[in-house]
Design a protein. Sequence first.
Length: 212
Amino acid sequence: MSRASDPLVWDLHARRYGSQEHLERRALAAALRLAAPSRDDSVVDLGTGTGAALRALACSELRPAVAIGFDRSPGMLARVGPLPAGWSARLGDARDVPLQDGLTDLVICSYLLHVLPPPDRAAVLAEARRLLAPGAGARLVVITVWADRRRACGRVLYLGLRTLARARPAAWGALAPLDPTDDLLAAGFLPTGRAVLPRGGYPSLVIRARPG
């Protein structure tokens, strides 16, 4: 994995990570709209961090009965806080999740893929596909930091984020911009929904996909 995805780095960031979670809220809300969770769903959150996606999901009107978050950083997991009954946050690698095939209806992967090199992105998406139950209701929702280079302001933002991420990966690597569409297609997913959030928090791209 890259330096920006090293669990020791995230252990060091864990104490102050909560101070920037408000910059993720709009994208998380968009992700849940695209995911359309229901009470009958089971959910796996890969790279759960401090549990921001789980907490947003817990507040949804149709809260799923079961949700499990996985993260490699004990420091981040220590800050997840209380979860609904039947939910848990566990130490685990998103590339090799200790759950059986086809266990879940919805996989969430928020602000993780853009800190990973291509082989690790492929491994995480392969795990997401393995975990999803067969059937039309299975879906994956991902969030990445992103800037639209088709627009002048987006090109400036993209170059700025990429420069910061490359110059100081331990501090700014999580701001590396990524459109994961090609990664999703290569992993056998078909994108079925998309939301772009250029302002009001981290510039973000949210994509819903289903197994092809």
